[in-house]
Design a protein around this ligand. Structure first.
Ligand SMILES: *Cc1c(COP(=O)(O)O)cnc(C)c1O
Length: 484
């Protein structure tokens, strides 16, 4: 035995078992002024791994099941995007690395990704140029409204109001208010879009912008857009496009072509980044030519010799809205997603998203009240009003869906629909999944009539019980409780 051991180490001198460098208890205070060890919790690596692995198993994501959370576009995000962001040339890139100007070449690939993604988005939306910096949709909205404010200010015109339809996402009025504008809310008409005659009453030369989501949060396209845009421009206002629902119109209709001056996109919704739980996201903002000079610094430019650089010398810019490159990983995933699908693939994504939503809407509308019975785009909004007669609310239906391993739809939004359930199936779901969800929704509608208590006591099949929502809000218990 001895011989063999010596032989095996003969060719590799100098390799010894290293000493353990974790100091044993009594050595920990050596060389320190303190006399006692701090009272920190001691958790072993194994217990830590178990804790986080268990938490991850309580999670529900697009990769575990159907997730028809309206407005959020919870579609499948191709894994190749994750692979790309792990390339060390991207993931380990330090934001302070020099650009080519100072002799650095390491950032060229990243700058090219930002530049080309910006070009793709400009083409998709019909805008002149995008800032890729904003870190979420809401951040894009604020940036966009600030650009609009800078535009009016540069022309010496004082504007005080922003018009927003009552179906809008709450971030729209919030962004306009934070930017210093008074928000004028316009009701929706019987077709579920901004009431044009009500709009005509409030549009005047004090209006800085009209903020529209199209298709809107009811999943409905506004056929009056051109008229609204013309009227707004006549009054010297600008048109803002909330692009959270761009997934429905990719390659079919360009906001820039129908009169919008500023758009934000939610890359995490439309272009291949897993989201939820607070991020990460990206909300690039695109503008028409007349707003270009106000875009935030810095912008990526391509020089005549084909190299890329960040441009800072922009005297009319509104300044910084985010550090460095924005959420670069999300931009990179968007780039990969667009290259993966290509022109035809993007169009098909939109078509299938709209097809899936209409299929579901048609199958469910005789069981649930459909307040706006029109061809929908990528999502539709049902109401649980019929079920409410039996004491079953949208919240109860959402809880019952958990028993069937579905994520519930968005509920109680948009605010203009009572007992709203906003369903967005997305293009990546199979016909089988759609049918399964439809079947379960029909079963729940029947239960509401025959055994409403089953729904009100749901969920039954999970190892969690129904939260007492009032108690949860009034006496929150923020400690993690291990279940099962
Ligand atoms: C999601 C959403 C937003 C806000 O976007 P975030 O990226 O979540 O900040 C704005 N408007 C609409 C219609 C949305 O669905």
């Amino acid at each position: 035995m001895k011989l063999i051991f010596e032989k095996s180490v003969a060719g590799r001198r100098g390799v010894r078992l290293p000493r353990c460098d974790v100091p044993i208890e009594r050595d920990k205070l050596k060389g320190l002024k303190r006399k006692e060890l701090p009272d920190l919790p001691e958790v072993s690596e194994l217990d830590t791994v178990r804790h986080f692995t268990e938490l991850s198993r309580h999670n529900f994501g697009v990769d575990t099941g159907f997730y028809p959370l309206g407005s959020c576009t919870m579609k499948y995000n191709p894994k190749i995007g994750e692979e790309a962001v792990r390339y060390q040339g991207f993931s380990r890139l330090h934001p302070l690395l020099p650009q080519l100007r100072q002799g650095g070449i390491l950032t060229q690939g990243a700058l090219q990704v930002i530049y080309e993604t910006e070009r793709f988005l400009s083409e998709i939306t019909g805008m002149a140029e995008f800032t890729m910096q904003p870190l979420a949709g809401a951040h894009g909205e604020l940036t966009g409204i600030m650009l609009i404010a800078a535009y009016h200010k540069s022309r010496g015109i004082k504007k005080t109001k922003v018009i927003i339809p009552d179906s809008a996402h709450g971030t729209n009025p919030a962004s306009a208010a934070i930017a210093g504008y008074e928000v004028v809310s316009v009701p929706s008409d019987k077709n579920g879009v901004m009431d044009f005659s009500e709009f005509r009453k409030v549009i005047d030369e004090k209006v800085a912008a009209v903020m529209l989501t199209c298709p809107n949060t009811l999943g409905l396209f506004n056929p009056d857009i051109k008229k609204i845009a013309d009227r707004t421009h006549q009054a010297g206002g600008l048109m803002y496009y909330d692009g959270a629902n761009l997934n429905a119109i990719l390659g079919k209709c360009r906001p820039g072509d129908v009169g919008f001056d500023v758009v934000h996109l939610n890359l995490h919704k439309t272009f291949g980044t897993p989201h939820g739980g607070g991020g990460p996201g990206a909300g690039p903002v695109g503008v028409k030519e007349h707003l270009r000079e106000f875009l935030p610094i810095s912008l990526v430019v391509k020089r005549p010799d084909g190299t890329y650089a960040l441009e800072y010398n922009r005297p009319k810019s509104i300044g910084y809205v985010a550090p460095f490159y924005g959420n670069f990983g999300v931009i990179l995933k968007c780039y990969v997603y667009i290259l993966l699908l290509g022109r035809e693939g993007l169009i098909r994504a939109a078509e299938n998203a709209v097809l899936n939503a209409n299929y579901m809407m048609e199958k469910l509308k005789s069981y649930y009240h459909l307040p706006y019975d029109r061809r929908c785009m990528h999502e539709f909004v049902l109401s649980a009003n019929k079920q409410k007669k039996h004491g079953v609310k949208a919240l109860d239906i959402a809880k019952r869906l958990l028993d069937f391993s579905f994520h519930p739809p968005t509920i109680y939004f948009p605010l203009i629909v009572e007992e709203a359930m906003m369903i967005e199936p997305a293009e990546t779901e199979s016909g089988e999944t759609l049918d399964k969800f439809i079947e379960v929704m029909i079963q729940i509608a029947k239960e509401a009539e025959q055994e409403p208590q089953t729904i009100k006591d749901a969920p039954h099949n999970l190892d969690i019980c129904r939260l007492d929502e009032v108690k949860a809000a009034r006496e929150p218990n923020l400690k993690y409780v291990r279940v099962a």
